[in-house]
Design a protein around this ligand. Sequence first.
Ligand SMILES: C[S@@+](CC[C@H](N)C(=O)[O-])C[C@H]1O[C@@H](n2cnc3c(N)ncnc32)[C@H](O)[C@@H]1O
Length: 506
Amino acid sequence: MVSDSSLAPLPSADRPDVAAALRDALLGASFTADGLLELLGAPAYAALARSETVPALRATRGDSALEVLVRLFLLQQPVLHARVADVLPLEACLEAGWLVRAGAEEVAATVDVRPYGGPDGEDWFIVSDLGCAVGGAGGIGSREEGVVLGVGGASTTLAGITVRTPVGAALDLGTGSGIQALHAARHATRVTATDLNPRALHITALTLALSGAPAADLREGSLFEPVRDDETYDLIVSNPPFVISPGARLTYRDGGMGGDDLCRSLVQQAGERLTEGGFAQFLANWQHVEGEDWQDRLRSWVPRGCDAWIVQREVQDVTQYAELWLRDAGDHRGDPAEYQALYDAWLDEFEARKVKAVGFGWITLRKTAAAEPSVVAEEWPHPVEQPLGDTVAAHFERLDYLREHDDAALLEGHFKLAPEIVQEQVGLPGAEDPEHVVLRQNRGMRRATKVDTVGAGFAGVCDGSLSAGRILDAIAQLMGEDPVLLRDRTPAQIRVLVEQGFLEPA
Ligand SMILES: C[S@@+](CC[C@H](N)C(=O)[O-])C[C@H]1O[C@@H](n2cnc3c(N)ncnc32)[C@H](O)[C@@H]1O
């Protein structure tokens, strides 16, 4: 149980009527993601995402309804209650605790409310603790362990990579502000949201109500504890407290288990909570330990009966990592000697665990009945095109295809070049032949892969009409090669092109 004794009381989660009236008022004043961008302008809007409020304060010195709401709910400014009464159902908001009186003439918000645009243009609102709508706890200087943050880069990354096929039951583990539960409510019949922190569950209820989404089944507890033994889910998502730190201080980020044990436990325990074909998707941090391959470490986490796709997006050495999270907590702004001692503690912890660096990435599991599940652990630090949910689902579909087709069957297959693939030739200027040829995707993972002349020619011809074998025979004839040898050696290359999404089974 997380203590929230010194945090401000929250609005009532039992007044859906007030949440609905407040929602109407917010929408009526264009307090939406688009409205905010228009009012603030791109630089001030972007500055907010960096926890810098001065540009937004300067842009909201007027008296419009929208300016009043931005000052109240995003910038934590008290506003004259006569002015607020013109914009919101003031008395109801005071009564339900969304607002409190501040002095004789003003009122202030009790929580941050940030407009958030859904994938289909929905106008949603994310509720979080005061000062937490943007940036980390460093932005608010809060040291309260139970503080509930709003939307961060990690939240939107997970929302973007989540597979969005319609499902029956979804579980958002470590729900925080409720952003993942809100997304899940669009395509899951039932959403369960859990958190160790009861304040987070309360805030999730507010986020859902204010966004006009159905209520979720809210359960308090650690990891899978709140899930009954007989319960399974079609989708599990978690942006867990993945930070590998010397001690548990902030519940939203420090898991309180040693090293990367929390992420490992989450992944290992997810297998038996999934229905057949169900996905579990996590953001995670993992240790790079001296003398150990990070891929082997991650492969050992994958539970039995699950395919896995693990993507390492970034690696930081231990000093960069410690500094990142010291800053996130605002520790760099305190006493320099205290900062040094904290920094030292982080490095001591890594030294004791023989950790050289920390990897950050995505882990997707899919429950499978296949005799030999597939586990792919790869490094892809390059920009991708979000949302990636469809790309993730397609990755697993292609795995199924490859698993079901041996080389002979692959040569019988028909393939299409995926949309928006280009060929790049790399070599010295003026040289007659390129040193190598690269196929590059402009969509999804935006992968690039080296191919030989046969691979490039093969991919170029794939429009689904001829079988792979027939295409190779034609290429053999053109190049004066033995068709049998070509049929023998090319399936490996075709497999890579299919696995990575350059070719799609037609
Ligand atoms: C990084 S925040 C993610 C919040 C939100 N889901 C998002 O995507 O922005 C992690 C959340 O996990 C919760 N948490 C911390 N330890 C937990 C545990 N052992 N079991 C379940 N939830 C936990 C924290 O209270 C926090 O709300």
